[in-house]
Ligand binder design. Structure first.
Ligand SMILES: C[S@@+](CC[C@H](N)C(=O)[O-])C[C@H]1O[C@@H](n2cnc3c(N)ncnc32)[C@H](O)[C@@H]1O
Length: 256
């Protein structure tokens, strides 16, 4: 027999209401240790050489590239898919960290120049060693301001003391990259928003686009929302209440 809500007299006269009250309560408690599966929208069939590359990048396999132990390391499979999609001859990664992009290029047989401030090359500086070069694809994964500190070098973007100082150097960096694109070259920037202890929520993806447009670029295709599988923040416990950001954005630009 269906059990009814004990206090409901309406349920006695309305069978639909009675059925609603009799439903088993749904499990609403969030269980962070269990994987959660979401149904993705169907992508249209098209002539893309990488049909699995859509605006939702959910691959939780990083691929055998770079070093997962490097702070801020990103998986290489997105870079691999971009290379297979855009088919560049030459690639530049000016903030290479553990060399994820370099390793992907090696595996895909693509010529890559990769550098980092830690090896002495300031990508916000003069870059005279790259004078005259033009790249088909520039992949870059800059610091999300001071979310993670990469070195104590004052030229490091993660060392900028204020948001204004960060944006000033970041603007110089994006202008440098715009100047290094080949004729139909693409600049792919992986960036995330974050909450800073002093500045509050910092919409770094918005600033990336604003500064890229100011540098004479336009967006070339959809944002790629990269699910942040394996992020260290996912293992932390916080006392405060907030809406966790579980993605970053790969925005792709070309010359306007
Ligand atoms: C998010 S990490 C890149 C991680 C890399 N994608 C990986 O998978 O290992 C950002 C890198 O930018 C570098 N960096 C910061 N400021 C720089 C600058 N002004 N010029 C060049 N590299 C810089 C840092 O040293 C750090 O290695």
């Amino acid at each position: 027999m269906t059990s009814l809500h004990p206090t409901s007299s309406v349920a006695n006269v309305n069978p639909f209401y009675a059925a609603r009250l009799a439903r088993e309560p749904k499990e609403t408690r969030f269980q962070p240790d269990r994987p959660v599966y979401a149904k993705l929208p169907k992508a249209p069939v098209n002539a893309s050489p990488v049909p699995g590359l859509t605006s939702l990048y959910h691959d939780d396999e990083p691929g055998p590239y770079g070093n997962r132990g490097y702070p801020g390391n990103c998986g290489g499979n997105l870079i691999r898919d971009l290379i297979r999609y855009f088919r560049p001859i030459t690639v530049l990664d000016p903030m290479t960290g553990s060399g994820t992009c370099r390793d992907v290029c090696r595996a895909e047989g693509v010529h890559c120049i990769s550098s980092d401030l830690k090896r002495g090359d300031d990508a916000c500086g003069s870059l005279s060693h790259l004078d005259g070069l033009g790249f088909d694809l520039i992949w870059t994964h800059p610091p999300y301001w001071r979310m993670k500190i990469y070195s104590d070098d004052p030229r490091c973007l993660s060392q900028a003391p204020t948001l204004e100082a960060f944006l000033e150097r970041y603007a110089k960096f994006l202008a440098n990259m715009a100047g290094l694109l080949a004729e139909n070259g693409k600049l792919a920037v992986l960036m995330g928003d974050y909450s800073d202890r002093d500045a509050g929520f910092v919409p770094l993806v918005y600033h990336t686009k604003r500064l890229a447009f100011e540098a004479g670029l336009r967006q070339s295709c959809t944002d790629i929302v990269r699910f942040s599988h394996g992020a260290s923040s996912g293992k932390k416990v916080y006392r405060s209440s907030f809406i966790p950001g579980l993605h970053d954005i790969c925005a792709i630009f070309e010359r306007a």
